[in-house]
Design a protein around this ligand. Sequence first.
Ligand SMILES: Cc1cc2nc3c(=O)[nH]c(=O)nc-3n(C[C@H](O)[C@H](O)[C@H](O)COP(=O)(O)OP(=O)(O)OC[C@H]3O[C@@H](n4cnc5c(N)ncnc54)[C@H](O)[C@@H]3O)c2cc1C
Length: 289
Amino acid sequence: MTALAVVAPVHMAALRELISAAKAPLHFLAGGTDMLIAGRSLPEAGVLVDVSRVEGLAGIDMRGRDIRIGAATRVATLADHGGLRAKLPALCHAARQCGSAQIRNRATIGGNIANAAPSADLVPVLLAAEARLVLMQPGGRSRETELAGYAHVPGDLIVEVILPSESLLSHSAFVKLGPRLDLTIARLNLALVANIQKDCFGALRLVAGSIGPEPRRLSLAEAALAGRRLAPPTLRDFISALTSEVDMAIPGRASQSYKRRAVAGIGLDLIACLTGTSPRDRLFEEALE
Ligand SMILES: Cc1cc2nc3c(=O)[nH]c(=O)nc-3n(C[C@H](O)[C@H](O)[C@H](O)COP(=O)(O)OP(=O)(O)OC[C@H]3O[C@@H](n4cnc5c(N)ncnc54)[C@H](O)[C@@H]3O)c2cc1C
């Protein structure tokens, strides 16, 4: 016998009332691709709230200055959204590389954030875009916070992800390296949001996943690019900074030597993706000479 109750509200007002009046702990379920996979045990008590059908909790709203993404928006929707592709293509690239078509059709952006896996693919892009979260906390109080530094607390409902317009720069890219080409969990991923004008890097933000317990902003590698021309010496300094970032993030770890070499390769892929060039271009070959 389990003491776990299951509810599936369909209206935002009902969800808010449930959260406001809850006496027992609430556990949220969205796509279930992390929570329901074999081998994971479900909570034994409290209320399991299926939020996947709540009207108004899914959808991408681009009518205002900022982009607002409902927490129950499916990864497949992010992957294929034309408006998002024009403003933050890296998020579409990352979404397209999350699991299989079946996983993308169930998985949500809120679940990707709350699950807090070091290898989560959407989170590095959201951090590079300085995303903000709208939360509904026990008691029904709403609060807005930066994703950077946010540690998910069970019982907090992520309602919305906000991409502030001033943080969306002219270019963005995402690359990922895993043990397989498809349906693979990242051993390393990188997201970059940058301004580029006349082959010169302006403001930029670079975040890596899977080096350490949580995604990490790479300030040394950012400094190697900012204000410089897209040319082999810049790329050489960038690779060297990326390698140092891995050394600082996971010193002495078994994966350190593999990741310090791997990051150089995907670092150049990232710049190629950002600039719409081929990683086989002469520019990248010269950077490695
Ligand atoms: C085969 C397979 C392949 C995968 N491949 C990838 C991959 O390539 N890249 C990747 O990033 N991930 C991958 N994942 C992980 C998973 O699909 C993602 O993390 C997904 O985004 C989770 O979303 P969900 O809606 O399914 O979460 P759920 O399983 O429903 O929930 C996960 C956690 O988040 C909490 N939660 C969910 N929504 C909310 C909310 N709105 N507010 C507060 N808490 C919430 C739940 O309580 C739970 O603790 C894979 C999973 C599988 C099974």
